[in-house]
Design a protein around this ligand. Structure first.
Ligand SMILES: [Zn+2]
Length: 948
């Protein structure tokens, strides 16, 4: 999947709708059998009366008897893993879809798993919220004594070695607000099964290491649901009596149940024929609701580019006759890679120049590619268990990052990825929810679709690619596909392929998977002019994290260059290591290491961790002059940017001290001069200039303070922005004018870069808030060239007291009021606006007819933007922001626990703040825990409070 990004919530996640249905009682007590399902049975007889109740009254949902006991949510552990007791060799499902429910008939061909050590005369199948109709083994209807209903599922008793299991259940998609399993969204049926949604559809060994081919038949009313889709290739279809029809689908590739998908609705499609490298024809379709049919072309182009790229880079071709994508409005995640039938949040499909920003277009390209790439990294080879989530996600994020780098600007893509990693993953790694890339325990797996598993997981794959070099890494990937096709495997299996293909010992490297926390590198150096020797020492340490201390030394790729006083890369000589284009790839493998460079003619300026060669923090005592030197001359674009960020961070943190001391906030001339050079450089890459001019975020800056001072940080950042604009106004205005694009809107790296730089300059100018700059902002908004420029201007207008503010917001609403995705932007700019009255405005916007708590995109756009993208007001000293968050979490939890839990994370690092705010946040966590919280929300609240 792709989760939605932290901050604005934009990657893959499944989602749920809200109805007025009362929540099931005591949801916290519904124990997930997770790993223990195969072994831990309650005392015999405990659930017999429950089972009888269900048999006697088919309308009685199973949840009513599984929810009877009060218990703390259970922790699932990797160390408890056992192979499945049974394997499923074939699955046949029939869905009879009706307005008041769905009838699901299932037939499974089953055999004992030869790899399972124990007795296999019993079999546990997961099932939640299923209305059991009947069960049969080898065609014989089961009696109450043949099975046992347990918490979270069903145990069949006295089984032969091989058998056929069939069953029928009723489910209620129209009441499914959690958007897990089969649900109805608007006028369509749709599924989301990752991670554990399939168990809400039928009885099944719902774990990723049980893989089977599926045959699916769907029956529904023809007029309402003319399109019936599932995984694999299409089979028979036709009419049925009473205005109904059917369609059959056959997926020959064995897959785990989390990749099952079904869609039924009144949809239109665009279509394209694709021929794979070896000449296999594939029919590509994107299905959307009728009014969106003219907004799918960019997604289709992206899909074709991704398919070609995977053939060229990895030799991977698509393997079915059809590839279908469906866009839905109510979706928890960004998108989901179900085999042959990807389901997307409409945000990551629909785009036109009038409605989408550059960022939206890039998001579509990246997410379409990500889900497509999963066909090999995730679907053909899947995870043995959910602890291995990064096996498919880290690897696939790495692949989509590389794809986007090839399609656009490689250097800028790297900066964007690292900015996200530092802002969100480093924060996660330093907080109470810290966990390894391969976690070893969880309460609710939905809480582990995290930046650590995804983005740090991608860095871990990237480091292996760096250590091995492109040829050996490709050999390792080839071996991985060859050795494990059709299997459910672990991150160890992946590393073993890299090791086998390269002949390298990667045992120290595996620590990256096993330990949480961001490694810190302390770097010191000395230059001996007489001997022309330069000595560089690196000490590595990984901080303690919840449940983990005394971590061993990792294998860390550490790229570096040395700059001379003219800014050129020095010739590097180090025995046994070959320099490439002025850079060396050192390998750190001990707690402390020293490298001696010989023949060094002058004292160098070190350029450390080039290209961000590892997800670590580097601590080196740079002088401001050295940073300015790197910022001006480093041949590594990433490090030029990074030197600038370090310098800005230092200046801002000094200003925070001045702010606290009540003294004036003055910005050094040297910084202003460096910024002038960037603004006036007409030869460099525009997008890189925009990155260089972007101030580090509040969250990232806060990490460098013993106690986060939100007001101080805000004041200091604004002081820098204002000082730059004041000193360089003429240059900024001139450059802004030069960057104006004539001609039609184009989505390519160059034009995106120009717009990004131009809008960055405008944001500086807007901080002056004089009549001339006010007019520039209003003028750009009024010109309305494209959504990127419109939104850049509108977000500046929405701040503060711009004279055109009210008029612009009203005009935008009038124009786009009926366009859900565009209105998300309108909610977002208001919720993140820096205005004293913002919380009051967010409250009012929650009553807006376009807002709905039932729609996760809306929740993220309004509530998510306030709690994640408006730190100044979310952290208001009176606690109003925290109270607001807890209110919304409590309102959402009964409806959509996944989204509620994600929101609550905004307070996870409460201990980083002053005592007053700590107390206020703790109070809200306790309030949440006193409610009947879902497992999702409970885990976030409890873990946030428990660790010191
Ligand atoms: Zn994914």
């Amino acid at each position: 999947m792709v989760a939605t990004a932290p901050g604005d919530g934009q990657r893959e996640n499944p989602d749920r709708k809200m109805t007025d249905r009362p929540r099931p009682p005591l949801r916290r007590t519904r124990i997930d059998h997770g790993f223990a399902g195969e072994k831990a049975a309650p005392p015999a007889g405990q659930n017999v009366s429950c089972a009888n109740d269900v048999l006697n009254s088919p309308g009685n949902p199973v949840t009513q008897c599984t929810d009877m006991k009060e218990a703390a949510p259970r922790t699932i552990r990797l160390s408890d893993y056992q192979p499945p007791s049974h394997l499923v060799q074939k699955v046949r499902l029939t869905f009879d879809l009706r307005e008041d429910g769905a009838r699901v008939s299932s037939w499974l061909q089953v055999r004992k798993n030869p790899a399972f050590a124990g007795e296999a005369d019993q079999w546990f199948l997961y099932g939640e919220e299923l209305d059991l109709q009947w069960l049969a083994v080898d065609g014989r209807r089961l009696q109450a004594s043949d099975y046992r209903l347990e918490e979270g599922g069903l145990r069949l008793l006295d089984l032969p070695q091989t058998f056929e299991f069939s069953s029928e259940v009723l489910i209620a998609p129209h009441e499914n607000t959690a958007l897990e399993g089969l649900y109805r969204s608007g006028g369509m049926f749709c599924t989301q099964c990752e991670a554990e949604g399939f168990r809400k559809i039928t009885w099944y060994p719902d774990r990723p290491d049980v893989m089977a081919p599926f045959e699916v038949r769907i029956e529904a009313e023809q007029a309402r649901y003319p399109v019936l889709l599932s995984n694999g290739n299409p089979g028979a279809s036709g009419d049925l009596p009473q205005g109904r029809h059917f369609a059959e689908w056959h997926d020959p590739f064995p897959k785990p149940s989390y990749l099952f998908a079904l869609v039924a609705g009144d949809l239109r499609f665009i279509e394209r024929d694709y021929s794979t490298a070896s000449g296999r024809p594939v029919r590509l379709r994107i299905y959307v609701e009728p009014e969106n049919i003219d907004r799918c072309d960019y997604a289709m182009d992206s899909l074709v580019r991704a398919m070609r790229w995977d053939e060229e880079k990895y030799g991977r071709e698509y393997d079915l006759d059809v590839f279908n994508i469906v866009a839905v409005n109510d979706f928890n995640m960004g998108a989901m890679e179900n085999k042959g039938l990807n389901v997307f949040n409409s945000k990551f499909i629909l785009a036109s120049a009038a409605t989408a920003t550059d960022h939206d277009f890039q998001g579509i390209e990246g997410v379409v590619a990500h889900e497509y790439f999963h066909n090999w990294t995730g679907n053909r080879i899947t995870c043995r268990d959910w602890f291995q989530l990064s096996l498919k996600e880290g690897l696939t994020v790495y692949r989509d990052q590389e794809f986007s780098a090839d399609m656009g600007s490689r250097g800028v893509k790297r900066i964007d990825d690292v900015r996200l990693l530092r802002a969100h993953q480093f924060a996660e790694d330093a907080g109470p929810m810290a966990h390894p890339v391969r976690p070893d325990s969880y309460i609710e797996i939905n809480n582990f679709y995290t930046v650590t598993v995804y983005e740090k997981g991608a860095e871990v794959v990237r480091m292996q690619a760096r250590l091995l070099g492109p040829e050996a890494f490709r050999r390792g990937m080839d071996l991985y596909f060859e050795r494990h096709d059709g299997q459910a495997v672990t991150t160890e299996d992946f590393v073993a392929c890299m090791q086998a293909a390269s002949g390298r010992d990667l045992s120290r490297f595996r620590h990256w998977y096993d330990y949480a926390g961001t490694p810190q590198l302390q770097v010191s150096d000395a230059y001996d002019g007489d001997r022309r020797e330069y000595r560089l020492s690196v000490r590595q340490a990984v901080p303690d994290t919840p449940g983990q201390s005394d971590k061993p030394a990792y294998l860390i790729p550490f790229a570096l260059g040395l700059l001379d006083s003219r800014g050129a890369d020095m010739d590097l000589k180090l025995p046994g290591i070959e320099a490439r284009e002025g850079s060396l790839m050192l390998e750190l493998r001990a707690t402390e290491q020293t490298f001696l460079f010989e023949g060094v003619a002058e004292k160098p300026v070190p350029s450390l961790l080039r290209g961000f060669s590892a997800p670590v923090k580097v601590d080196y005592a740079w002088s401001d002059e050295q940073l300015l030197h790197l910022m001006a001359f480093d041949s590594d674009g990433f490090n030029r940017w990074d030197a600038g960020q370090t310098l800005l961070q230092r200046v801002i943190l000094r200003l925070v001290d001045a702010f606290r001391a009540g003294s004036g906030l003055s910005v050094p001339h040297s910084l202003i001069d460096a910024i002038r050079t960037i603004v006036c450089d007409r030869d460099g890459e525009s997008a890189l200039a925009a990155e260089l001019l972007t101030l580090p975020g509040m969250g990232y800056l806060g990490d460098f303070m013993p106690v986060v001072d939100i007001e101080g940080l805000h004041a200091a950042r604004e002081a820098v922005r204002h000082a730059v604009a004041d000193a360089l106004k003429a240059d900024l205005v001139q450059r802004y004018g030069e960057l104006q694009d004539e001609g039609p809107y184009q989505v390519d790296a160059e034009h995106i870069g120009r717009r990004r730089l131009r809008n960055t300059l405008l944001a500086y100018l807007a901080s002056l808030a004089d009549s001339e700059t006010d007019q520039l902002v209003a003028g750009q908004y009024a010109a309305g060239h494209n959504m990127t420029d419109v939104m850049a201007a509108l977000s500046l207008l929405a701040e503060g007291e711009h004279p055109q503010r009210a008029q612009a917001l009203a005009g935008f609403e009038a124009r786009w009021g009926r366009d859900a995705l565009v209105m998300d932007k309108w909610f977002g700019v208001q919720a993140s606006a820096n205005r004293a009255s913002v919380l009051h405005e967010v409250h009012a916007l929650m009553q807006h007819p376009a807002f709905s708590l039932k729609n996760p995109n809306k929740v993220r756009a309004l509530i998510g933007a306030f709690v994640n993208a408006n730190p100044l007001h979310f952290h208001a000293a009176d606690g109003s922001g925290y109270r607001f968050l807890a209110d919304q979490v409590l309102a959402l939890d009964p409806v959509n626990p996944q989204i509620a839990a994600r929101l609550l994370r905004a307070m996870a690092r409460w201990r980083r703040f002053d005592e007053g705010r700590q107390g206020l946040m703790r109070e809200q966590f306790e309030r949440v825990l006193q409610s009947e919280a879902s497992k999702d929300v409970y885990e976030v609240a409890a873990k946030s409070l428990e660790t010191a």
